[in-house]
Design a protein around this ligand. Structure first.
Ligand SMILES: C[S@@+](CC[C@H](N)C(=O)[O-])C[C@H]1O[C@@H](n2cnc3c(N)ncnc32)[C@H](O)[C@@H]1O
Length: 255
């Protein structure tokens, strides 16, 4: 009987050990499935919902090289209204590295909490005097207390109402962001922007505004292969690239 109990005990222990190993295995694979799911959802939310396409460095450089304001003053107040990971912000800083006695103050707005964390770490934590991540998350609700010399922007080309209820009350286009930004410029100020090739979106009131404000197209890109917000190792993979048509624009506000 003792022997039998010993054998049963041993079997019991083995069974217990095996079942906990199986449970561990299931939990591990569930966690990794969940992580994968969360990552995909995050990506989908970034791209589909917020139109997250971060500006590649060569486009940043090209855009800012056409600015009349960027290196013309010692003191400059800048706004990046849809800042993403801050690629345009880095471009502004780089373009002003040679200016002596410079004061470059940059306000950043961003709606996606994930991107806000990046902006906080990359810029604000390093230099809270130069960089400011505004409390306002939705640029479309922003009312500045002081206007800007320069606004650099690559706004969402099309924010869909369906995916953004509670944030917007109709579909919003890049031109809506541009029009709002224009009102935040000081006299003599300038917008340097990246917009879709169809900026008026076929609407008469937008066409009128574009003509009235003398929006200059600096450069047109057709069929540009653009990777949205993806991890480094995924950038460059063919399947992750979108073909985009877009323009670089400049708008100068009269003195
Ligand atoms: C096309 S990406 C450009 C990001 C960055 N400007 C760049 O050039 O790399 C658009 C960014 O706008 C943000 N965004 C979308 N809607 C917004 C809103 N209403 N207010 C502020 N940011 C917004 C997105 O999360 C995304 O980071």
């Amino acid at each position: 009987m003792k022997k039998q109990l010993k054998i049963l005990d041993k079997i019991g222990n083995n069974v217990f050990q095996e079942s906990s190993e199986i449970q561990n295995y299931i939990m591990k694979s569930e966690t990794s499935r969940l992580e994968k799911f969360n990552k995909t959802t995050e990506k989908k939310e970034g791209v589909d919902r917020y139109n997250e396409f971060f500006t590649p460095p060569e486009i940043v450089e090209e855009l800012l090289s056409h600015s009349d304001i960027i290196d013309s003053k010692n003191f400059i107040k800048v706004l990046e209204p849809t800042a993403g990971f801050g690629n345009l912000v880095s471009g502004v800083v780089k373009a002003r590295t040679d200016i002596l006695d410079k004061g470059t103050y940059i306000d950043m707005i961003e709606i996606n909490p994930k991107n806000r964390n990046v902006l906080q770490t990359l810029f604000v934590d390093k230099d809270p005097y130069q960089f400011n991540l505004l409390e306002t998350k939705n640029f479309l609700e922003y009312q500045p207390s002081e206007n800007y010399d320069l606004i650099v922007m690559n706004p969402p080309f099309h924010l869909k109402l369906d995916l953004n209820r509670g944030i917007i009350d109709r579909d919003m286009w890049d031109i809506d962001f541009i029009i709002k930004a224009y009102d935040m410029l000081k006299p003599g100020g300038e917008i340097m922007g990246i917009v879709s090739a169809y900026l008026s979106h076929g609407k008469q009131q937008y066409k009128k505004w574009i003509k009235n404000k003398k929006v200059q197209i600096i450069k047109k890109y057709e069929g540009y292969k653009w990777s949205p917000t993806l991890e480094k190792e995924e950038r460059g993979k063919k399947s992750t690239k979108l073909i985009l048509n877009f323009h670089l624009i400049k708008i100068s506000k009269p003195e």
